[in-house]
Design a protein around this ligand. Structure first.
Ligand code: COA
Length: 176
């Protein structure tokens, strides 16, 4: 799979082992419960189910990873394991293009629906998911160990190529 142009100066490509220090840094900056040590490395080694991508930019003169996503494709279901954008690069459309890209790849790999868990207080992420048509289909009570917060189970069914293409290619014009 080749790197692909998705937005001026930002490229999506599959995650590699060399990316892990930057990937783990974004994870730590983004979550109160980051993934355990080696978790991304383990995911990278299980390439039959796990799909991992990064968004990279060379805007500041040197390459930097600014977004990450992990999706598990099991039969016809895509389960979004994690998605995060570096805090300095949020609200520029990177999360949207990353999710659209990952779901399109899963659709091509046989997925017909997608689901994920999100903290009930995480309105930013929920807004992103609603943009795609995800709906809350269940509540997992006290799902998160750190503060016993509920998780919303959000589901998108069916996945539609036209919608995902449109979301992937909309340029972020209003956030510089
Ligand atoms: C959720 C997250 C990945 C979004 O990434 P992003 O690149 O900032 O999102 P985008 O710029 O692509 O936003 C797309 C749309 O999502 C919604 N959205 C994103 N951030 C939002 C916010 N803070 N408040 C309200 N809506 C928001 C908006 O509809 C936005 O469109 P707009 O900017 O045209 O209004 C990012 O906030 C993040 O990394 N958060 C911490 C990690 C996390 O919570 N991940 C989700 C775990 S379930």
């Amino acid at each position: 799979m080749t790197a692909e142009f998705a937005q001026e100066g930002f490229y999506i490509r599959p995650m590699t082992h060399a990316d892990l220090p930057q990937v783990e840094q974004i994870d730590r900056l983004s979550f109160s419960m980051p993934w355990p040590e080696n978790a991304f490395q383990i995911e990278l080694s299980h390439t039959t189910l796990s799909r991992l991508w990064v968004v990279e930019t060379d805007r500041e003169g040197e390459k930097q990873i600014v977004g990450i996503i992990v999706v598990w494709l099991v039969m016809d279901e895509a389960h979004v394991g994690t998605i995060a954008v570096h805090p300095n690069y949020r609200r520029r459309g990177i999360g949207r293009m990353l999710l659209a890209h990952a779901l399109l790849e899963c659709l091509q790999g046989g997925a017909r629906k997608a689901f994920l868990e999100v903290r009930s207080s995480n309105h930013a992420a929920q807004e992103l998911y609603r943009l795609f048509g995800f709906e809350t289909t269940n509540i997992r009570r006290q799902y998160y160990q750190d503060n016993h917060e509920d998780a919303l189970l959000m589901t998108l069914e069916p996945l539609r190529a036209e919608t995902l293409h449109a979301l992937r290619h909309v340029a972020a014009t209003h956030h510089g």
